[in-house]
Ligand binder design. Structure first.
Ligand SMILES: [Zn+2]
Length: 177
């Protein structure tokens, strides 16, 4: 016979009822740990080239053909002047403007699940860009401060979402150009 309930069930038994407890019959609580797996198609749309070039170790942004503003992460259309942007390649180096230390992983996919806590989420102003790029910075929290020079590093391992083909790492002194 197959199991009808595959979820983990944890029943806490009723606490001993106290006199006058009108909820005495409802103190037994069953908690169920359920697994939810969804498979769906998701388009990376007009900025697909950004993700494809990460596989080639290249970091792309877009530059507005009208006002010249450089967007990283890329935007196909400039929100200021509504001109269509062009692709530009950046060095992938930049500077931390602000950061958060996360002590809890949302575990939203295996890329995130695999991260050891605490980990650092940094907002990086890439050299040549006008916008902040928020992403994982692989560094210990005590290493990170505003003004820290960082660079993009590229993952060699298979990933679930292509954004995890990249992450930031601190620039060590000898790497500075
Ligand atoms: Zn513009």
């Amino acid at each position: 016979m197959t199991e009808k309930v595959r979820s983990k069930i944890d029943i806490s038994l009723p606490q001993s009822a106290t006199a006058g407890d009108v909820w005495a019959q409802f103190r037994g609580v069953e908690r169920i740990t359920m697994e939810l797996t969804q498979s769906y198609k998701y388009s990376l749309g007009k900025v697909s080239r950004f993700f494809m070039e990460l596989e080639n170790g290249r970091f792309l942004a877009t530059r507005c053909a009208g006002c010249g503003k450089v967007y990283a992460p890329p935007r196909p259309l400039c929100p200021n002047c509504l001109a269509v942007a062009d692709w530009v390649e950046l060095s992938g180096q930049g500077v931390v403007k602000t950061h958060s230390v996360l002590h809890f992983s949302p575990g939203s996919n295996d890329d995130v699940e695999a991260l050891e806590t605490p980990y650092v989420l940094a907002y990086v102003l890439l050299d040549g860009a006008d916008t902040l790029f928020p992403h994982l910075l692989k560094a210990t929290p005590d290493q990170v401060h505003s003004g820290l020079r960082v660079r993009v590093a590229y993952s060699e391992k298979p990933v679930h979402h292509p954004i995890h083909l990249m992450y930031f790492v601190p620039v060590v002194e000898r790497e500075r150009q």
